[in-house]
Design a binder for this molecule. Structure first.
Ligand SMILES: O=C(O)CCC(=O)C(=O)O
Ligand SMILES: [Fe+2]
Length: 357
């Protein structure tokens, strides 16, 4: 891998310059760093301090916030299995999901994946909610700025995606990886190989390495080629290998998810990645998944098809797509409940919960 494969993009550069860099990275490795992003380092540091305190709570306090049907709350160690075919047991990480705050009595709350957050007891963590919510709000703003760059990078008006994020499906996910060293040969991973499900992910990590991406050999990543999808997307497939994405102080790591790959007909990459522990140290990260409104139709963009390049993906909706993905990877996920909720809300049922443990 070269620096070109996961470039550092300065978001304080003129938009057209940044957008061109985004296009090259998006059609290359699907991963890039951003600097000049406008989020203060103090806030990032404070957010990490709060997440450490949250994970440091006694297990019973965390279990009291167990993940609910709206995908909000605590996921214990080994609860999630991102790569069931290769994992001996679940990921050696614990996490919390927070979403957009939706009041229990609002009409939106009847939709799947919408509802109030499960905040930790303010007596235990007085600053947690304030700091985490500020971080969420700042990253939401950064997500909107990235949407502009993505639109421009595709030759679309800068605000093309903006209306699709008026009531976004946002997930802020603090993660805590155990000190346990991974053993890929034996099926033990911090986070199993996966692609992200949605539009884009803004990832902050501490200084402990662990994130890796799968790049096909000689893929020419770094250039805006024809976007043949991720050749090694099955993980461990021939002709590629894992590359470290090192922490860069002051930068966020951005990666693109399956929805954007669908939208761009495979031109932009939703790249396979995983986390392995090689250090024997605990690791903290905060993922921010930024996805369109529940009912947004995700359909190949006209600009990304043409004669000889027919749409490779049928249309779906943001909500339908995400529900199907969660069903595949979470042991605690109650698909039956969700389907009931969905029928309630008058939306299509998700695909069957394949790979569920
Ligand atoms: O913790 C990390 O570095 C990556 C986490 C990740 O890939 C995810 O949560 O989707
Ligand atoms: Fe991921």
């Amino acid at each position: 891998m070269t620096v070109k494969d996961v470039p550092i993009i300065d978001m304080s550069a003129p938009e057209d310059v940044a957008a061109a860099a985004v296009r090259a990275a998006a059609a290359g490795s699907g991963f890039f760093y951003v600097t000049g992003h406008g989020v203060s380092q103090d806030l990032v540091d404070e957010a990490f301090t709060q997440q450490r305190a949250l994970f440091g709570l006694p297990l019973e306090a965390k279990m009291a916030l167990l993940q609910d049907d709206n995908n909000r709350g605590y996921t214990p160690f080994r609860e999630e299995t991102l790569d069931p075919a290769r994992q001996k047991h679940g990921d050696t990480k614990e996490g919390f999901y927070f979403g957009r705050e939706v009041a229990a009595d609002s009409p939106e709350a009847s939709k799947p994946l919408h509802g109030p957050n499960q905040w930790p007891d303010p007596v235990l963590l007085p600053e947690y909610r304030r700091v985490t919510w500020r971080y969420y709000t700042e990253l939401n703003g950064l997500g909107m700025r990235l949407l502009r760059l993505l639109a421009l990078s595709l030759g679309l008006p800068a605000d093309h995606f903006t209306p699709m994020f008026s009531q976004p499906l946002v997930t802020l996910r603090p993660l805590h990886y155990a000190a346990e060293v991974s053993d890929p040969g034996a099926g033990v991973f911090g986070a199993g190989a996966h692609t992200d499900y949605g539009m884009l992910t803004i990832l902050a990590t501490d200084d402990v390495p662990g994130l890796q991406i799968w790049l096909p050999d000689g893929s020419g990543c770094g250039g805006a080629d024809q976007g043949q999808g991720q050749g090694g997307a099955q993980g461990g497939a021939q002709g590629g290998r894992w590359h470290d994405v090192a922490p860069v102080s002051g930068a966020f790591i951005i990666n693109l998810g399956d929805m954007l790959e669908r939208w761009t007909n495979g031109l932009y990459r939703s790249t396979l990645h995983r986390v392995i522990n090689t250090t024997g140290r605990e690791r903290y990260s905060i993922a921010f998944f930024f996805e369109p409104n529940f009912d947004t139709v995700v359909e190949v963009l006209p600009a990304c098809t043409g004669p000889g390049n027919p749409p490779r993906y049928p249309p779906t909706t943001s909500g339908e797509h995400l529900l199907a993905k969660y069903a595949q990877t979470h042991a605690g996920y109650n698909a039956a409940d969700k389907e009931q909720h969905q029928q309630h809300a008058g939306v299509a049922a998700p695909a069957a919960a394949g790979g569920r443990h």
